[in-house]
Write a protein that binds this ligand. Structure first.
Ligand code: ATP
Ligand code: MG
Length: 217
């Protein structure tokens, strides 16, 4: 990955042939794609083997959402999708930063991937007495009712033009769901074909006061 980046950036001098630059970029894109797939498979295996332990810390949601937006922003821009946020969670809460960031990235990547050009993706968050509630809402292609039950299981995808053209292995939601389960939270999906999808993450604010030791079952 590093060498192909150096080459396509012509950091040590020109390559001469423009085609070489294109090839170096292809190598980089494909390498990154493979690395993402491998990391997803490793994460899923670790979760299933019960080898993921959360590292809880006091998290500020607005800061975490800002981080995630910086990663997803360019992808949304490329796809002609407007991103907006409305985060009304001021108090910190206990969660694993890396895990929650991964969940947010997976869910936002889906919202962007399954929403056609000109669409809109919104991240909303609020806190209730017991929970932090995060919603990721898109006005994309939606999920047929008969498929809602199966997605979220490893490797389950709904066959459509986007799963075909944009790739992916059907692990993002399964990993997200497991990471949320480890927080004793819930993942809910509401969707209508042609209207859009809302994915809701409900994380308890207090559960950890009485359950300090966490390990996947
Ligand atoms: N926001 C959404 N709108 C429409 N369909 C969705 C949305 N999110 C998930 N899906 C459906 O659920 C399936 C599973 O999602 P998941 O994130 O696990 O897999 P993926 O995005 O296809 O691949 P990966 O995340 O591994 O790159 C998707 O293939 C898609 O069919
Ligand atoms: Mg995905």
């Amino acid at each position: 990955l590093g060498f192909s980046e150096i080459m396509s950036g012509e950091m040590l001098g020109p390559m001469g042939q423009p085609k070489y630059g294109e090839y170096a970029q292809d190598i980089h894109r494909s390498g990154q794609f493979l690395l993402d797939v491998i990391n997803d498979i490793l994460d899923m295996s670790k979760i299933e083997a019960g080898r993921i332990e959360l590292e809880l810390e006091d998290l500020s949601l607005p800061a975490l959402v800002d981080d995630v937006m910086r990663i997803i922003g360019p992808r949304a821009h490329e796809g002609g999708i407007a991103l907006s946020t409305n985060i009304k969670v001021e108090q910190t809460f206990a969660a694993d930063r890396r895990a929650l960031k991964q969940v947010m990235i997976n869910l936002l990547a889906n919202a962007v991937k399954f929403t056609p050009d000109g669409g809109h993706v919104q991240v909303k968050a609020r806190q209730t007495r017991h929970d932090v509630v995060i919603e990721i809402k898109d006005n994309g292609i939606g999920i047929p009712e008969e498929d809602l039950g199966k997605i979220g299981r490893p490797f389950e995808q709904v066959e459509n033009q986007f799963t075909k053209s944009k790739g992916g292995s059907g692990l993002g939601l399964a990993i997200s769901k497991s990471l949320i389960d480890l927080h004793h939270g819930k993942l809910q999906i509401e969707s209508a074909v042609g209207v859009g999808t809302t994915v809701r993450v409900v994380l308890p604010r207090q559960v950890f006061a009485t359950r300090p030791r966490l390990k996947a079952a």
